[in-house]
Design a protein around this ligand. Structure first.
Ligand SMILES: [Mg+2]
Length: 390
């Protein structure tokens, strides 16, 4: 696989910086954005307040104890949203592949933009400059070959940082960092790691499976990959990929419902595989049907809870097709499609609480074999023959 160029852009103390920008009296002062005087928690802390150990998610009362002169302003979410739109517009000037993680944070895959804008570090620098010009706010940027390392890099020189980690110096730069930089390692997991004397990324990278299996269970391999800076999740455009689908136009029209169902299985496999690779779950399953006379129909069903298991989505698409056929008996079908929409992340922000949790073991096996040998290497028995080759 060709190396990718991934940027993680993260605005510095976003809400607090917006407030300080808009009100000169707040500049240079310890400030938090958050609700209610002694109730509520800190939503964002200015860098001046962080010197007192104040962090987001800390109770405001606790923050006040640490800094009696602390200033507080109530959040203005719709205002932050409009600033966020300006920032995301900047991102999209540089790449269509922008995956928003929150109002002030995104992954950008700029692999396709290098010819246009120079190397990935130049792009990072240009994005920072453009954001500053448009919003008078600073961002920190991490540049790497994957999401995981880019995200770690953006945090290494905050605020206003620009850190590049290449494949060559990845190990050297990650190794000395505290193991908590690996996304998904929460407080409880961290305690267990410390008890096992694993404190740095290096400690984790060099740990034996036996050491960490009791802590990470089925995420052990993934965790060891992360510690080695390996991450092949694609950047999913939060705009573009509102749905994932596969469809096929047939040389000869289909009229046998058994054959149609088998085709739906093939299409479902393609769609579900892409979902699983991207760590997404479908909230809606759609079937697209085009008849020989080119009239086109879609039928959909909500999937609750959302899922990405091939068997489940195939069963739903067959059900949708069967009820459509009942309404349109004797139809000759020119095209079939299976789509997944209302996509959600398999797990919000937690790498270890897993993208394959809901997948049947057979899906995982098929995915793994296909990753190694290509898409044609394995199919379920019922998809091995195709109508246009019969
Ligand atoms: Mg931020």
């Amino acid at each position: 696989m060709r190396p990718r160029s991934i940027l993680h852009v993260d605005m510095d103390a976003f809400y607090a910086s917006v407030e300080q920008r808009d009100n000169p009296e707040l500049r240079g002062k310890p400030l938090v954005v958050g609700g209610g005087d002694n109730r509520g928690v800190v939503a964002a802390a200015s860098y001046e307040s962080r010197r007192f150990g104040i962090r987001s998610a800390m109770p405001i009362a606790e923050a006040r104890r640490r800094c009696p002169d602390l200033l507080r302003v109530a959040p203005r979410m719709s205002h932050y949203q409009s600033v966020s739109r300006q920032i995301f517009d900047v991102f999209r000037e540089f790449s269509p592949l922008v995956e928003g993680l929150s109002l002030d944070e995104a992954f950008l895959d700029v692999s396709g933009s290098l010819k246009l804008f120079g190397n990935s570090k130049d792009i990072g620098r240009a994005i920072k400059a453009r954001i500053l010009e448009k919003t008078e706010l600073t961002a920190s940027v991490g540049v790497a070959e994957n999401n995981l390392v880019a995200k770690i890099a953006s945090d290494m020189d905050k605020p206003n940082g620009l850190v590049v980690i290449t494949a060559d110096d990845c190990q050297e730069k990650l190794d000395p960092l505290p193991v908590s930089v690996i996304p998904g390692i929460g407080r409880e997991t961290l305690k267990k790691l410390h008890r096992a004397n694993i404190r740095s990324v290096r400690d984790l990278r060099l740990a034996t499976r036996r050491d960490i299996e009791p802590i990470f269970g089925r995420f052990t391999s993934k965790t060891l990959d992360r510690a080695a800076g390996i991450d092949d999740r694609p950047v999913i455009s939060s705009r573009g990929e509102k749905s994932i689908s596969a469809e096929e136009t047939y040389e000869r029209d289909l009229s046998d419902s058994k054959v149609m169902q088998r085709e739906l299985l093939r299409l479902t496999e393609r769609t579900c595989r892409r979902l699983r690779k991207a760590g997404l779950q479908a909230g809606t399953v759609q079937v697209k049907i085009r008849r020989a006379d080119f009239s086109t129909f879609t039928r959909q069903k909500i999937l609750r809870p959302p899922g990405n298991a091939t068997d489940q989505i195939h069963a739903i698409s067959c059900e949708l097709l069967t009820s459509w056929l009942a309404e349109h008996p004797g139809s000759r079908i020119r095209l079939l499609g299976v789509g997944a929409a209302r996509l959600t992340r398999s797990s919000q922000g937690d790498l270890f609480a897993d993208s394959d949790a809901a997948s049947a073991p057979v899906d995982k096996t098929v995915d793994q074999i296909r990753d190694r040998f290509g898409i044609a290497a394995v199919g379920r028995a019922s998809t091995l023959s195709r109508p246009d080759t019969e």
